[in-house]
Design a protein around this ligand. Structure first.
Ligand code: NAP
Ligand code: GLV
Length: 300
């Protein structure tokens, strides 16, 4: 089987992925973009990390596009993506576990005011705040997919009062009204873009906090900053942004109520993700069902 490996990766990352994939699928031959362009009819599958638009055009025998990213919003934005070829997302329990750890760190830090204490240390302020228990906090997790479920499973045994929201038609506003912390783990789709806007923040109780671990374009930045500045929201933990890296001088960098992460909530780990990809590549080769297929109509 001949597989194209391409995407938004530097030479070292490409080499790391190549080695992990070659170990997981030793029978495959791995092609780079130049080889695929020279012999397009040989390419049977593609393993991709947000490749430049147009990369997957003109490959007549392509049977599977396997994303190394969980979120496929950038991939699906490529208007030249071949129409009939199945696309699989990356769903790796190791990645979901990493996401749940990040969500837990954010929730615990908000519960126990650790972000406030970090700020106080920079100012030389010695001041204790009321200690809250886990079961004092209601946490709403937006998205109940691989990431959302792993996060719920991590929080529930610790005593947090956890609610989930998914695409089942249930109303969001009543859940927001009961949430002390909202964790966004939705895919970026036409329906979810800009969901975290002024109306969304106004529906939260005063003093609530927002944790965005999904995509920057879920948030209307000006509305979030306004809700933080008037003190309606207590804090925002942001891992993802409209423009990444977050531009120098952006108000989030220095806002006292904002904690910034550099899109580090849950990286794909080649050690485990290569095995996940190999299972799907073998399934495509043998004509067996492919796991974690993207529904192009729903955009996730
Ligand atoms: P997933 O398994 O596809 O789950 C998506 C969830 O969102 C599902 O529960 C789905 O509902 C729900 N959903 C989709 N559209 C909705 C809508 N309009 N209204 C309400 N619920 C909706 O995705 P995942 O693997 O959990 O990943 C989620 C996102 O996390 C990715 O798309 C990516 O953007 C982000 N992510 C970020 C990082 C990072 O490092 N920051 C790492 C990995 C992933 P149903 O269950 O009803 O289908
Ligand atoms: C990371 O953001 C991913 O979608 O895998």
């Amino acid at each position: 089987m001949k597989v194209l490996l391409c995407g938004d990766m530097d030479v070292a990352e490409t080499a790391q992925w190549h080695d992990a994939l070659a170990a997981a699928l030793p029978e495959a031959r791995w092609l780079d973009m130049a080889a695929a362009r020279a012999r397009p009819a040989e390419v049977q599958a593609a393993v991709v990390a947000n490749p430049p638009p147009g990369s997957l055009q003109g490959l007549p025998h392509l049977r599977l596009i396997q994303s190394l990213w969980a979120g496929v919003d950038r991939l699906l934005a490529d208007a030249t993506l071949p129409a009939g070829v199945p696309i699989a997302r990356m769903v790796d329990p190791a990645m979901s576990a990493a996401m749940a750890e990040t969500a837990l760190w954010a929730v615990l830090s908000l519960q126990r005011d650790f972000f406030v204490y970090a700020q106080q240390q920079r100012q030389g302020v010695w001041l204790q705040h009321a200690q809250r228990r886990a079961d004092d906090l209601r946490v709403l997790v937006l998205g109940q997919g691989a990431m959302g479920r792993a996060t719920v499973d991590r929080l529930v045994p610790l005593g947090y009062r956890v609610m989930g929201w998914r695409r089942d038609g249930s109303a969001l506003a009543p859940l927001l009204a009961q949430a002390d912390i909202v964790i966004n783990l939705l895919p970026l789709t036409p329906e979810t873009r800009g969901l975290l806007d002024a109306r969304f923040f106004a529906a939260l109780p005063a003093g609530a906090a927002v944790v965005n671990l999904a995509r920057g374009a879920h948030v209307v930045d000006a509305d979030l900053l306004a809700a933080l500045d008037v003190g309606h929201l207590r804090h925002a933990v942001l891992d993802v942004f409209h423009t990444e890296p977050l531009p120098a001088g952006h108000p989030y960098w220095t806002h006292p109520r904002v904690t910034v992460l550099p899109h580090a909530a849950a990286a794909t780990d080649p050690r485990s993700a290569a095995v996940v990809a190999a299972v799907n590549l073998r399934a495509a080769r043998d004509g067996r069902p492919i796991a974690h297929l993207v529904d192009r109509q729903r955009s996730y």
